[in-house]
Design a protein around this ligand. Structure first.
Ligand code: CDP
Ligand code: MG
Length: 762
């Protein structure tokens, strides 16, 4: 603990007392002691996350119950669990891991005396797996519930069921915005407490106004340029698709634009606005606005909201090449997103040197869970990458879509923490007016496979019955798709019970199909390369395709693929090559030469290590083994295991004279992203491709793929245990019929006969 007299300790105490939450401390503590559930809401930054758990801890210590208390506070993201625990420990003058600790997936810091644990929601769900009643836990605090993340909505169902079994357990729900009533009524009218907050006023500038102040002119040429900066054909396709998307918001944005007359703007601005392209994020416009702030505005950090990791990186590259924004003596340019290293994350909280302006490029993570104190200017591109899910075609879609009004307000609010601020919304006012009030909860827009597996492993009964009790239940079709999928891959049996495979999959922190690959990798003795494939698929693609060097980059990737027709094998070769180069201190050069991202390769490396420990932990890999088995690639074995994991991600290949036609059962004709090694080749010498991900934009695109042969598909596609060989054949039969490959059926029958004879002769 702090010496209260020390100036540092005194300052911290004063700071804590200055937060709006402090005034409500007694009210909050009284409510916690008198009610099993309470809902707390308040402006971001008022002290919910850092203070309320501490108040509870302190009051328990005062009441001499300190040793018995155990407070768990969940965060939707790793980075916030880590950052907040560090902050709270610092406020208490302690080291992390004393009374305050954290636990995130495969990483953590806590000790015997830890009484307040910040963890991700996923970690608490995993704990429930081992201990259904949360024995010993006295308080559960679920933070950021307004975000309506899938895990949080799921956790609320579980906790609501748990409360009657644990009458002394206290549940506190915390939310930034004011839709607290929804949660309160879900918990039978739990009392809600609002912390009145103070933020400085923030002036909002919409696009018309920005063009007036900065004198910037949008021209059709600029848009083409912006497209170029947003690079890769992939993004262009997505942007085009976005325009076509018949979603309510997109069309209402277009309608709004059509009727807007921008009266009151100068004719120059009006002309410029007519060139505005709602599909493009407009890097040049952002650059211009940032330049304006750096040159003309008062001191203060800038927070730029982008849609995701890829556009943050491309924008960062563009800005670094700028004479002012790229000058480290004037600008400290930082990126902030969920998958960055924690040392890098910390930089964003630090104060830059005098005269240097901090610019943080962030995803919507910086909307609520992270508070960067010195932000005075916010630049809001108006979009966030949102996964949506098309239940009819059973296809996930990932598109930058317009944010909600609530999110836009929240982004704006980030500028008013320390003094009055400015917010630059890079879209016209009429577009804002057309935004939806709130974003759709994640449970209603994502595939439910992993969640369904968790429901089963937590023994929560029927998946559809359980999910029907959610705050806003998902569509029955989405639930049915998930259950069917899990049956198909052999994680559930006919009666929706977990199979042995399903039980193993439920403890692996990756999607079921990737988990299945890992497990088969251990069985077939090719774990090392399979771990690389799975890590690559769960992190992101390490192959970079710079816009201006597209051809060179693609041929570098093609070299890794050789004649394998596999993006997955290309990844393994690239990774192995990098490991060798690292050993000779030339990793950097290797990446540069081969257009690989060292950062991504490092992330893959660390994830691989984590998989290995986990597999040892679950007993799938012998505890004595120090290193994984051979790194060498047995191409046939790899294809088989990849096929087993990715099935039913399957498309047929028909080589025509001048083109190749690819078809999946659900979508008909599909295309490959241009950076796949199978794209643009004259011939694919395999009858099938298995793929990890398809994304629907205007057409359906497959992201990465591996060619497989008929016999591999027959033996590894799907779940042989399900209904025995006959059941397997019946299931595959549907596919074979669809793809008009009945001879495969004959081939299958003869394979089956041979197998049966083999078994009989044994
Ligand atoms: O959860 P809520 O948004 O209500 O606020 P909080 O995260 O508890 O933060 C309360 C205050 O602590 C913020 O206003 C920040 O000034 C400060 N804080 C900080 O300085 N450094 C952090 N890592 C977290 C919070
Ligand atoms: Mg908070």
């Amino acid at each position: 603990m702090f010496q209260e007299e020390s100036p540092e300790g005194q300052k911290m105490i004063e700071f804590r007392r200055s937060l709006p939450a402090y005034k409500e401390k007694d009210v909050l503590l009284k409510a916690v002691s008198e009610n099993q559930v309470i809902v707390v809401s308040g402006e971001t930054g008022c002290g919910k996350t850092t203070q309320l758990p501490q108040y509870i801890l302190e009051s328990e210590i005062e009441a001499a119950r300190g040793a018995a208390c155990s407070i768990i506070c969940t965060q939707p993201r790793r980075i916030s669990a880590m950052a907040v625990s560090e902050r709270v420990a610092a406020e208490r003058g302690e080291k992390l891991g004393e009374s305050v600790g954290y636990k995130v997936r495969l990483e953590g810091m806590r000790g015997r005396d830890t009484r307040l644990l910040f963890c991700t929601t996923g970690i608490l769900l995993r704990r429930l797996l081992l201990d259904r009643n949360l024995k010993g836990v006295t308080h559960v605090i679920v933070d950021e519930i307004h975000e309506r993340g899938m895990n949080e909505d799921f956790l609320l169902i579980v906790l609501r069921d748990l409360l009657p079994r644990r009458p002394e357990l206290r549940l506190i729900l915390m939310s930034a915005t004011l839709n607290a009533e929804l949660f309160s009524s879900y918990f039978g009218g739990a009392p809600t407490i609002h912390i009145p907050g103070f933020t400085y006023p923030v002036r909002a500038h919409f696009l018309e106004n920005i063009l007036e102040i900065t004198g910037y002119r949008l021209t059709p040429y600029n848009q083409i340029d912006d497209y170029g900066q947003e690079k890769t054909w992939k993004m262009q396709k997505q942007a085009q698709a976005f325009k076509k998307r018949k979603s309510q918001i997109a069309s209402s944005v277009e309608d709004a634009l059509e009727v807007a007359d921008f009266k009151g703007c100068s004719s120059r601005t009006r002309e410029s606005l007519s060139c505005w392209n709602p599909d493009s994020i407009g890097f040049n416009l952002i650059e211009h606005v940032l330049c304006h702030i750096v040159k003309k505005e008062r001191p203060g950090a800038v927070l730029v909201f982008m849609t995701g990791w890829d556009d943050i990186n491309s924008l960062k590259d563009q800005l670094q090449a700028h004479p002012i924004l790229g000058d480290p003596c004037r600008v400290l340019l930082l990126a902030c997103h969920g998958s960055m290293a924690s040392s890098e994350q910390r930089l964003i909280f630090d104060k830059p040197e005098d005269g240097v302006r901090k610019i943080v490029l962030a995803t919507n993570m910086a909307e609520t869970s992270i508070t960067i104190n010195d932000v005075v200017f916010v630049v809001d591109c108006g979009k966030a990458k949102e996964t949506s899910y098309d239940a009819l075609n059973n296809t996930p879609c990932l598109l930058p879509s317009w944010i909600s009004k609530a999110a836009a307000r929240q982004r704006k609010g980030r500028a008013g923490r320390v003094q009055p601020g400015e917010c630059y919304h890079l879209y016209p006012r009429c577009v804002y007016d057309a935004f939806a009030d709130y974003q759709l909860p994640e449970l209603l827009r994502t595939p439910l496979q992993s969640l369904s597996l968790q429901i089963k492993s937590l023994q929560l009964g029927s998946i559809s019955e359980f999910l029907s009790r959610a705050l806003q239940p998902p569509e029955p079709l989405s639930v049915q798709n998930a259950v069917e999928y899990l049956k198909l891959i052999g994680a559930l049996d006919e009666h929706e019970n977990l199979t042995v495979l399903g039980r193993h999959l439920s403890v692996l922190p990756v999607e079921p199909k990737l988990g299945k690959m890992l497990i088969l990798g251990t069985i077939f003795n090719c774990l090392d390369p399979i771990m690389t494939v799975v890590a690559g698929l769960s992190v992101r693609d390490p192959f970079l395709i710079p816009f201006d060097k597209k051809d060179l980059a693609e041929s570098a990737k093609a070299q890794f693929a050789g004649r394998d027709c596999s993006d997955h094998l290309a990844l393994v070769r690239a990774y192995n090559g990098w490991k060798d180069a690292e050993r000779q201190q030339s990793g950097h050069e290797y990446c540069w030469k081969n257009f690989l991202s060292a950062q991504t390769l490092k992330a893959i490396d660390s994830l691989r290590k984590q998989f290995f420990y986990l597999l040892k932990d679950t007993g799938l890999v012998d505890k004595q083994i120090e290193n994984c088995n051979s790194r060498s690639i047995d191409e046939h074995l790899m294809r088989a295991v990849i096929c087993a994991g990715l099935f039913p991600g399957l498309c047929s290949v028909v080589n025509k004279e001048k083109s190749i036609t690819l078809k999946t059962m659900e979508d008909g004709q599909v295309l490959l992203y241009s950076n796949s090694v199978n794209a643009g080749v004259p011939k694919i010498p395999y009858p099938w491709l298995v793929f990890n991900e398809k994304v629907k934009v205007n057409s359906v695109f497959l992201r990465d793929s591996t060619g497989v042969s008929d016999s591999v598909l027959l033996l590894f596609g799907g779940n042989i245990e399900r209904g025995g060989l006959d059941g397997h054949l019946k299931m595959l039969g549907g596919y074979l019929e669809f793809f008009m490959k009945p001879t495969l059926g004959d081939m299958y029958l003869s394979l089956k006969r041979e197998l049966e004879e083999l078994i009989q002769n044994k």
